[in-house]
Design a protein around this ligand. Structure first.
Ligand SMILES: C[S@@+](CC[C@H](N)C(=O)[O-])C[C@H]1O[C@@H](n2cnc3c(N)ncnc32)[C@H](O)[C@@H]1O
Length: 303
């Protein structure tokens, strides 16, 4: 019997929809996982796949799709790791198990051009701290051609992938990769500092769905209720921001934890309409104003 793309899509979706797997590693629903899978196995982009529903697929391709789905369900490996790429801000990024799968709500801010805080059409120096696959910094560099972007991470393996992604997107001339433990090897100031750092508490990590175990723990977990790395970034950022610079920091669903630790600080959270939560923004001046509180937290014993 002949199988078409449409048949294979339906069979895969019916199968996956009946399984108990966790979505949320770059895709929110079974349908999007199946699209990633078919893009990979049939080596087509999304638009081409969509335009050719009646195209016949080979028996080998059908078997390949079924085998990957089996692995997805039995081992609970996120689909992006099984196919080796993910889509973020409309761009494809290579991923492997040395990097977090891109899924940050920063995509919406990139879409909005970080307005009204910045004008990215003008020359702007950007640092993406804790860059992982490079997704946030590289997407900024891709969409805003007058930006110069540094992407940094403590993980050499992650940076190797970020470098490959920069190459794939032809961004090497405007993107520099820096190996650094937070700001240790950062030597200049930026107009825009973005960061999606680890912010999950150790206890919380243990309760996460199985899929999270395939991501590097060091990309997810931070000490002190998950807030040690985010607060270090809040504390040290003003030294690396230009006078009119801004820090955008993601702490996801731990926004209330962060706010609860600093009840006197009026946090400004970005209104996100496309899903996700927990990106706050600070000017350099405000970060300096609250610095002593951040320092105090870092000196205290918290668990
Ligand atoms: C939550 S992941 C975010 C990756 C990417 N920005 C994204 O949004 O998909 C956090 C990243 O922080 C890096 N990281 C952890 N501790 C770090 C540190 N002390 N200094 C720099 N990077 C660190 C991890 O290697 C990981 O790539």
């Amino acid at each position: 019997m002949v199988t078409t793309i449409k048949d294979l899509f339906k069979e895969s979706l019916d199968f996956l929809s009946q399984q108990h797997v966790f979505y949320g590693h770059g895709v929110e629903v079974a349908e999007d996982e199946v699209i990633l899978l078919l893009m990979f196995v049939l080596q087509e982009d999304y638009l081409t796949l969509n335009a050719k529903p009646e195209q016949v697929v080979s028996d080998e391709q059908v078997d390949h799709v079924r085998n990957i789905l089996q692995k997805r369900v039995e081992e609970r490996i996120p689909m992006a790791y099984l196919v080796g790429f993910s889509v973020f801000a409309g761009l494809q990024f290579k991923v492997n198990d040395r990097v977090l799968i891109p899924r940050s709500p920063f995509a919406e801010l990139i879409d909005l051009g970080f307005q009204p805080w910045l004008a990215l059409e003008e020359p702007v120096a950007v640092l993406d701290l804790c860059t992982g696959s490079g997704c946030i910094g590289l997407a900024i560099a891709h969409y805003f051609k007058s930006t110069q972007v540094d992407v940094s991470d403590i993980s050499r393996e992650a940076l190797a992938l970020a470098q490959m992604n920069a190459q794939e997107l032809s961004l090497n001339k405007r993107v520099t990769v820096i190996e650094s433990d937070l700001f240790e090897n950062i030597t200049r100031c930026y107009d825009l500092l973005v960061s999606n750092p680890p912010y999950v508490d150790e206890k919380e990590y243990e309760g996460l769905p199985q899929e999270f175990a395939y991501e590097p723990k060091s990309a997810l977990v931070s000490n002190k209720l998950g807030m040690e790395i985010p607060v270090k970034i809040l504390c040290e950022s003003p030294d690396y921001l230009s006078e009119k610079g801004f820090l955008f920091l993601e702490v996801g669903y731990n926004d209330e934890v962060l706010e609860g630790l600093f009840p006197d600080i009026p946090f400004e959270w970005i209104d996100l309409s496309m899903g996700g939560q927990g990106i706050c923004v600070f000017s350099r001046d405000d970060l300096l104003k609250y610095r002593s509180q951040f320092k105090q937290f870092l000196q205290n014993d918290v668990s």
